[in-house]
Design a binder for this molecule. Structure first.
Ligand code: CP
Ligand code: NVA
Length: 330
């Protein structure tokens, strides 16, 4: 059975079969190899893509821009301000306008319903560059990295520590369910993923052989892990007031060497980035002044250790996002 994703939007991993996800990972590997060896063929010549960002971005924006340029496509960036979107023009009307000018639209914003609505009304493929609920292009980069390091996905134990109901916790749980992995949300009960999504993933797991677990005990959760993943404690768009409660709740879930040593000897440390592992950012300084912390979701020691593959993941954002564009509009 062949895989054909032409004309499809990439809104969340729940919409894709394991085979389709594997196809995107294989295409990413091939495009990465082609770029490395100077053998890249431009499959997006004459195409134009719109990049809409309601929230800031370094990796996702650059991956879409460089990926499009590598493949011969033009890009137009619409930032958090400077367009009519949201203020004077609805999602539906914006979708209808952009669909007449562009071959594909990337959207990073707040509501998952907005990216779904863009896809429903634009008539062209729409790619989710992060919403409050899901961050599916990040998972492709993470899984490509795991495959490169471990040679497979199936059966591997991935432990996500932190705010397990944020876009990363949700997307990793879905991705692991689809690819037959052992996913553990290592988090206090207050921030466990939505029970409906957990049930949905457990249903998928019955087909794929995956295991989906929620575990508040850090040592139980991290035991024999193949990969330990974490993310910021407070996500983009959340109000400042949540910091106080979130720091108290998630400090015991910080990824440190004790946790790493409890995992498999060759455990990978993973993070979507940006990460608060030192005091070299404005936000980290503010949190330091308020709560006295020098590092947050991960210690600097782990972040810089031999286990860390965070910059491999960051690079793989390019190859995987390029694959999504090539597969859907190429
Ligand atoms: N990981 C990620 O999405 O990074 P950016 O916010 O920089 O795009
Ligand atoms: N959970 C984070 C992910 C950033 C890539 C956020 O939404 O801010």
């Amino acid at each position: 059975m062949s895989v054909n994703l032409k004309g499809r939007s990439f809104l969340k991993l729940l919409d894709f079969t394991p085979r389709e996800i594997q196809y995107l990972l294989d295409l990413s590997r091939d495009l990465k190899r082609a770029k490395y060896t100077g053998n890249e063929h431009q499959l997006l010549k004459g195409k134009n893509v719109a990049l809409m960002f309601q929230k800031d971005s370094t990796r996702t924006r650059c991956a879409f821009e460089v990926g499009a340029m590598d493949q011969g496509a033009g890009t137009v960036y619409l930032g958090p301000s400077g367009s009519q979107f949201g203020k004077k023009e609805s999602v539906e009307d914006t979708a209808k306008v952009l669909g007449r000018m562009f071959d594909g639209i990337e959207f990073r914003g707040y509501k998952q319903t907005d990216v779904e609505s863009l896809a429903a009304h634009s008539g062209v493929p729409v790619w989710n560059g992060l919403t409050d609920e899901f961050h599916p292009t990040q998972i492709l980069a993470d899984f490509l990295t795991i495959q490169e390091e471990k040679g497979k996905l199936k059966g591997l134990k991935l432990v996500f520590c932190g705010d397990a109901r944020n876009n990363m916790g949700n997307s990793l749980m879905v991705g692991c369910a689809k690819m037959g992995m052992h996913f553990v949300a290592c988090a206090p009960k207050e921030v466990w993923p939505d029970s409906k999504l957990v049930e949905q993933c457990q249903e998928i797991a019955k087909e794929t052989g995956a295991i989906i677990e929620l575990e508040a005990d850090v040592m139980k959760a991290s035991k024999d892990a193949d990969a330990i993943y974490t993310d910021v404690w407070v996500s983009m768009g959340e109000p400042k007031e949540v910091w106080d409660q979130r720091v108290k709740l998630l400090q015991p879930y910080q990824v440190n060497m004790k946790m790493i040593q409890n995992a498999k000897p060759d455990v990978l440390f993973m993070h979507c980035l940006p990460a608060f592992h030192d005091l070299n950012t404005e936000t980290a300084q503010q949190v330091h002044e308020q709560f006295g912390l020098n590092e947050m979701e991960v210690t600097d020691e782990v972040f810089r250790s031999k286990h860390s593959v965070v910059f491999e993941e960051a690079e793989n954002r390019l190859h995987t996002i390029k694959a999504v564009m090539v597969a859907t509009i190429g």
